[in-house]
Design a protein around this ligand. Structure first.
Ligand code: BG6
Length: 484
C-alpha cells in the first residue's frame, strides 16, 4: 500500500542520472497514475537555475509520443520545483527543509503523515556529507524518511564497509534503499516465478541436471566520454559485482520461506556466502582496441592514464559450495564495445543419460533480459516428415509476440514504486553487499596491483570479444561455442 502525500527530493538534480533516469522514471509513474495524490518533487543541486531551466533540463529525456502525454507532462511540471544549495552547509539544508515544510503545509499534510524520500543521484564523494546534512536538518521526526542510494558502494570490501558504517550511523537499515537497477528489470523480477512456480524447472534446478550457467552482458558502446569514471572502476566493478551477481543470486538461492522481502534477502545473502573469492585462474580479462573507425579504450580523451590496464571485458567463473551447486560453474561474461547489445542468462542442462538419440544437443533454458524480453527453451524434436532426425527447436516465449499491449515499465519506475510502497525486496541489503564484495575483492586487488601484471588480452571494437573466450567457456563444460 502507498503511504500518501510524499515529497520526493532528488539530490543531484542537475546531473546525468537525474535527467536520464530519475525524472523519466518519476514521470512514468505519474503517467500511469502510480504517484500518490499530493506528491511533490523537489530537485536540489548546487547550480543556481531558473525554474524554466530546471524544467527544461529534467524533462529533456522524457519521451512525448502523443498529445495526451504532452498534456500529462504539463501537469507533471506543476508538481516539481527546484532549490539550489550546497552539499556541506547547514544553512543550505535548513533552507531545503523550509522549502519541503512549506510545500507540506500547502498540501495540508499534518505532522505524523509526512513522508520524505531522499533520492541521492550523486557522486560517491558526497554520499556521506549529504546524508549527514539531511539527517541533521531535513529528516522528519514524525513520519517516514527513506534514503535511496545508487552505486558505486565503495570499491572493495573495506571501502564499502566504511560507507555502510557511515550511512547506518545516520539512517536505519529499513530506511535505506540501495538501488541495483537490474533488480527492477522485468525479466530479473521474473526469475523467482520461473523457478518456483513451475514444477518442471523447480525439480531439476540443481547439479544433478544443470551442467553450467552463463550470465552474459554485452554492450555495443565503449566508454567514450566516460573514461574518467570508468577507469577508476573497470567492467568488474561496473556491472559484474552488482548487476550480474544479483541475477546470479536469484538463480542460485534456495527457496525463500515466503515472498516477503527479508525472506528473499536472507536467501540471497546465504548463497553469496557459499561462493569463495574468485581466483585468477577463473578469470579472463580484455580491453578493446580501435577498429572500424572507432577509438580504442586508451584513445579516449576523457582517459588520463594512457597506460591503463583496466578491463573493459571480463569472463569470470564462480563456484557455489553447497549441496545444490557444487561443481557447477557459473560463468559471467561482460564487455563493452562488442558486436551486440544483449543481456541473458543461459542455463545449460546435462546430456540425457543413455540417450537413444546420441549426439542430440543439450537442453538450455534462456532468460533474455534485454533487448526483447524472452524465456525460451532449446528443445529436441523430431524433424517433421519422413525422417527420424532430431532437430533442436525453441519453445519460445518472446514477450512482444505473446502478450498484447505490452508495456514494460522502466526498471527505475518499478524500483521507485517499491520505495514508495516501502518494499525492500528488490534492494540490496547491507550484509548482502558485504558478501558480494568479499567474492570480488581479492581478485580486484590482484588486478589493481601494478606489480602483478595480470594478463589482459585485447579485442577489436565491435567484435565478439577476446578470441580466447570461446576456449575459456569450453573449459567449464559449455559444449558449443556461443553462436554470436
Ligand atoms: C550501469 C553501468 O550501472 O549499467 C553502465 O554503470 C552500464 O556502464 C549500465 O552501461 C547498463 O544498464 P542497462 O540498463 O543499460 O543494461
Amino acid at each position: 500500500e502507498l503511504h500518501g502525500s510524499v515529497t520526493i527530493i532528488v539530490l543531484g538534480a542537475s546531473g546525468d542520472l537525474a535527467k536520464k533516469k530519475t525524472y523519466p522514471a518519476l514521470f512514468g509513474l505519474f503517467r500511469s497514475g502510480f504517484l500518490p495524490e499530493k506528491t511533490h518533487i523537489i530537485g536540489y543541486a548546487r547550480t543556481k537555475m531558473a525554474h524554466e531551466d530546471y524544467i527544461a533540463r529534467v524533462t529533456q529525456y522524457i519521451k512525448v509520443p502523443n498529445d495526451e502525454t504532452k498534456q500529462l507532462l504539463e501537469e507533471f511540471k506543476q508538481i516539481t520545483s527546484y532549490q539550489a544549495g550546497l552539499y556541506d552547509d547547514d544553512a543550505s539544508w535548513q533552507a531545503l527543509d523550509a522549502c519541503v515544510s512549506s510545500s507540506e503545509d500547502q498540501r495540508k499534510i499534518g505532522a505524523g503523515k509526512r513522508h520524505r524520500v531522499f533520492y541521492m543521484a550523486l557522486p560517491p564523494s558526497v554520499f556521506v556529507p549529504v546524508a549527514k546534512g539531511l539527517k541533521k536538518n531535513v529528516y522528519v521526526q514524525q513520519g517516514l524518511n527513506r534514503l535511496v542510494v545508487e552505486k558505486p558502494f565503495g570499491k572493495d570490501t573495506q571501502s564499502s564497509n566504511e560507507l555502510g558504517r557511515d550511512l547506518s550511523a545516520l539512517f536505519k537499515e529499513n530506511e535505506i534503499y540501495r538501488i541495483d537497477h537490474y533488480l527492477g528489470k522485468e525479466m530479473v523480477k521474473n526469475v523467482m516465478m520461473v523457478r518456483f512456480a513451475n514444477i518442471f524447472f523447480n525439480q531439476i534446478w540443481d547439479r544433478k541436471y544443470i551442467d553450467n550457467v552463463q550470465i552474459t552482458f554485452k554492450e555495443t558502446i565503449g566508454t567514450e566520454g566516460r573514461g574518467g569514471y570508468f577507469d577508476q572502476f573497470g567492467v568488474i566493478r561496473d556491472v559484474m559485482q552488482n548487476h550480474l551477481l544479483q541475477v546470479l543470486s536469484l538463480i542460485a538461492m534456495e527457496r525463500p520461506i515466503s515472498t516477503e522481502s527479508e525472506a528473499i534477502r536472507d536467501e540471497k545473502v546465504k548463497v553469496l556466502k557459499c561462493i569463495p573469492p574468485i581466483v585468477l585462474e577463473d578469470a579472463l580479462l580484455g580491453q578493446y582496441v580501435g577498429a572500424n573507425g572507432k577509438p580504442g579504450y586508451l584513445e579516449d580523451d576523457t582517459l588520463t592514464n594512457k597506460q591503463s590496464r583496466t578491463p573493459t571485458f571480463a569472463a569470470l567463473t564462480l563456484w557455489i559450495q553447497n549441496e545444490r551447486w557444487e561443481g557447477v560453474p557459473f560463468i559471467m561474461k561482460a564487455g563493452k564495445a562488442l558486436n551486440d547489445a544483449k543481456v541473458e542468462v543461459r542455463i545449460q542442462f546435462r546430456n540425457v543419460a543413455g540417450s537413444l538419440y546420441k549426439g542430440s544437443p543439450r537442453n538450455e533454458l534462456v532468460l533474455r533480459v534485454q533487448p526483447r524480453e524472452a524465456v525460451y527453451v532449446k528443445f529436441n524434436n523430431k524433424q517433421p516428415g519422413l525422417s527420424y532426425q532430431t532437430i533442436q527447436s525453441d519453445l519460445d516465449l518472446t514477450y512482444d509476440n505473446r502478450y498484447a499491449n505490452l508495456d514494460i515499465p522502466d526498471a527505475y519506475s518499478s524500483l521507485l514504486l517499491d520505495v514508495l510502497k516501502g518494499d525492500h525486496s528488490n534492494f540490496v541489503r547491507n550484509d548482502e553487499l558485504e558478501a558480494a564484495w568479499k567474492i570480488f575483492t581479492p581478485l580486484l586487488h590482484t588486478i589493481d596491483n601494478p606489480d602483478t601484471k595480470v594478463p589482459i588480452t585485447t579485442y577489436p571494437y565491435g567484435s565478439r570479444g577476446p578470441a580466447e573466450c570461446d576456449q575459456f567457456i569450453k573449459r567449464y563444460g559449455y559444449d558449443r561455442s556461443d553462436e554470436n
